[in-house]
Ligand binder design. Structure first.
Ligand code: HPA
Length: 274
């Protein structure tokens, strides 16, 4: 049963890293270096954890990194599982179910994505206010296990207002400019066509990427408060000159990752104070 598999993963993790965990953070493309600011670190490779999927994309390490920033206990996921790799949506969100059984109540999801809103530029950081799931499936499809959450979960506030305000306040204190917007998940792995981007713009998307939405849906379902931060690494197809490349995405994410890192460090350090 899915629940038993998740429990086996969570029990193993707890046997190796038995600490208070306040926040989990999923690190997107090029953002894996954020673990450098964590203290008292303990690393568990995904491949050691029973039943855990394994990531295969360049730029994604595949480690659970436990540690602290100030008084805040953190589980960071260096590398995520993408639908385009062939995982099911449920497998893509697998770590979120494990978080639930570890008793984690807050999740930060980060990603690298393309900008659609003309007011955006590469290097911008965007607080995700809402999402559009442009993939015709989601992790909750199939039999429901009430131990995780309800059959028909509410999705009216997929990104916690409290966490968004807290993040915004800290960005203001640090003088980091942040954008806001709607993130659409397109399944990839090809970068969208110009016509697809025009369609996404018409339905209200500010940014487009290939991840984040499954984890957000699962987190809301299991009752974990979620904050989503998107790194705009490039303007989307039709809104830029030249072609997309994964190298450009990773390089830009690493670059704006420095700004993101400072922001997340301050947010996590003061987690209990705001
Ligand atoms: N589209 C989809 N995913 C992305 C993009 C993009 O333009 N940039 C980074 N991830």
């Amino acid at each position: 049963m899915f629940y038993d598999r998740v429990k086996e993963s969570a029990d193993y993790i707890r046997s190796k890293a038995d600490m208070k965990l306040d926040v989990a953070i999923i690190l997107g493309s090029g953002l894996g270096n954020m673990v450098d600011i964590m203290e008292n670190k303990r690393i568990i490779p995904y491949k050691e954890v029973p039943n855990f999927p394994r990531s295969s994309v360049a730029g994604h390490a595949g480690n659970l990194v436990f540690g602290t920033i100030g008084q805040t206990g953190i589980m960071a996921l260096q590398g995520r599982f993408h639908y385009y790799e062939g995982f099911t949506m449920k497998e893509t969100a697998y770590p979120v179910y494990v978080m639930k059984l570890l008793g984690i109540e807050n999740l930060i999801v980060t990603n690298a994505c393309g900008g659609i809103n003309p007011a955006f530029a590469p290097g911008d950081l965007m607080i995700i206010d809402d999402f559009i799931n442009a993939v015709s499936t989601n992790p909750l499809r199939g039999e429901n296990d009430e131990r995780f959450g309800p059959r028909f979960p509410d999705m009216s506030e997929p990104y916690s207002t409290v966490l968004r305000e807290k993040a915004e306040k800290i960005a203001n204190e640090l003088g980091i400019e942040v954008k806001h917007g709607v993130y659409t998940m397109f399944q990839g792995p090809y970068y969208e066509t110009a016509a697809e981007i025009r369609m996404l713009k018409a339905v209200g998307s500010d940014a487009v990427g290939m991840s984040t939405v499954p984890e957000t849906i699962a987190a809301n379902y299991v009752g974990i408060k979620t904050l989503g931060i998107a790194c705009i690494t490039n303007m989307a197809t039709g809104l830029r000159t030249g072609k997309h490349s994964h190298g450009e995405v990773v390089a830009m994410a690493e670059d704006s990752g420095k700004k993101l890192c400072a922001w997340m460090e301050a947010l996590l350090r003061q987690w209990h104070n705001h």
